[in-house]
Design a protein around this ligand. Structure first.
Ligand code: SAH
Length: 400
């Protein structure tokens, strides 16, 4: 058995059930744990703290599987965790063919993300898409895949572990079929009555921004009769929601022609009037300014950009970028207009994001009222002991 002993006074965070052990908290390691091997973590005085997955390459040297001394880490453990996650999702998430089944630490499976897509036209042909982002889940991949299939009954499992974070764990990027059939080129899922093409093979993350479901629903509810602008639209998630909600006109911007092509297919598959939708293949920063200079105005704007701050060093530059788009966004709104604005940068917390947006409103010389704080859906729970798990935050504001 590999035993990791923490430095004295470094056990506090584990006692508070935070699931990470940093390299600098470790006093000594008995044994030579392989990458992903299960280690027993104990306090300086030898008290049991947790069982965890060893990751010799990462500054996060171990990730906790269980705080229960009586719980062994074996096939049954993974099955129980996945069963629990599925039960919670079934109780909380409805009206969608795109569900995050496993959200890493929050589901007691650090480093694992699994999205479950159910085809709108072929519900029997489900698709699980996994991302293995830490040494522990990588080492247990076979057991995890077998448990996923057994618990969900979905035979098709695809891996999208083409994420740079794997380098920190000493792992190569990898994609491919883990079980069953290869995913179709795109599969169509239905969410709140709207159909979306999902490109599991090449799309962002697992193919779809599953996390924005509730926010799409909110846009759908509030779009009737409005002129809508959706920046960083990707495959048109918010644009389609706005069209479904009866928007008068939806202008969408993205710099990826491929994403826009899929967005346009999404208009067709829903049978919406293509004349209500305009797609601009362009840089959002420049285009926002141009639209403003041209005197265009909107009633509802969505700003959901990529992660501007991939890590802490990027926070200042990212803050300027968020401020820039929000400033122009505010200026483009008619009185009474609504701004849905997001940041998915983990390094920018909700408080800082709100300050940036407030600064943008001040510079735009508008009164902006926060109507609601926004975040990811309930299938992206946030472990109370683990604030690092909060990445997506947003605000719904009204001006004038
Ligand atoms: N809002 C989307 C997800 C956004 S992902 C949704 O709900 O599905 C970020 C998107 O921003 C990507 O599609 C990427 O192509 C686009 N992007 C990145 N930089 C950009 C820029 N400078 N101008 C326009 N689009 C950009």
């Amino acid at each position: 058995m590999n035993i990791v002993t923490l430095k004295s006074s470094k056990e506090k965070s584990l006692l508070r059930r935070h699931p990470w052990v940093y390299a600098n908290a470790i006093e000594r390691v008995a044994g030579k744990p392989a990458s992903g091997a299960t280690v027993l973590v104990q306090a300086h005085d030898g008290r049991f703290l947790a069982r965890a997955a060893w990751s010799g390459h990462s500054q996060i040297r171990a990730r906790v599987w269980s705080f229960d001394e009586a719980e062994p880490i074996d096939h049954a453990f993974f099955k129980r965790r996945i069963q629990r996650a599925l039960l919670h999702r079934q109780a909380m998430v409805h009206n969608t063919g795109a569900v995050r089944l496993i959200f890493g630490e929050a589901d007691g499976l650090p480093g694992l993300v699994v999205d479950h897509y159910t085809g709108a036209d072929a519900p029997q042909r489900g698709q699980l898409v996994c991302q293995f982002m830490a040494a522990g889940v990588e080492a247990w991949k076979e057991a995890i895949v077998a448990a996923l299939i057994a618990v969900t009954g979905c035979p098709n499992v695809y891996e999208r572990s083409d994420v740079s974070i794997r380098a920190k764990e000493g792992l190569e990027q990898i994609t491919g079929v883990l079980a069953g059939e290869a995913p179709p080129e795109t599969l169509v899922v239905s969410e709140n009555g709207v159909r979306y093409h999902v490109d599991v093979l090449h799309g962002h993350k697992t193919g779809f921004y599953v996390d924005q479901r509730d926010n799409r629903a909110l846009v759908q509810q509030m779009a009737a009769g409005r002129d809508v602008l959706n920046c960083f639209c990707y495959t048109g998630g918010f644009s389609l929601a706005a069209l479904a909600g009866g928007a008068q006109r939806v202008v969408s911007i993205d710099s990826s022609g491929e994403a826009l092509a899929l967005a346009q297919r999404n208009v067709t598959v829903n049978g919406f009037d293509a004349a209500r939708a305009t797609w601009l293949d362009a840089d959002a920063f420049k285009t926002l300014r141009r639209l403003h200079d041209d005197g265009e105005r909107f009633d509802l704007i969505v700003l959901d950009p990529p992660k501007f701050a991939p890590s802490r060093e990027h926070v200042d530059r990212a803050a300027r970028a968020y401020k820039d788009i929000n400033l122009t966004g505010f200026k483009l709104l008619r009185p009474g207009g609504l701004l849905f604005t997001y940041s998915c940068s983990g390094a920018i917390d909700a408080e800082l994001f709100q300050k940036i947006v407030a600064g943008a409103a001040a510079d735009a010389r508008v009164d902006a009222r926060i109507l609601r704080r926004l975040g990811a859906g309930m299938d992206h729970p946030l472990l109370s002991a683990f604030p690092e798990g909060e990445y997506l935050k947003g605000l719904l504001l009204q001006v004038g």
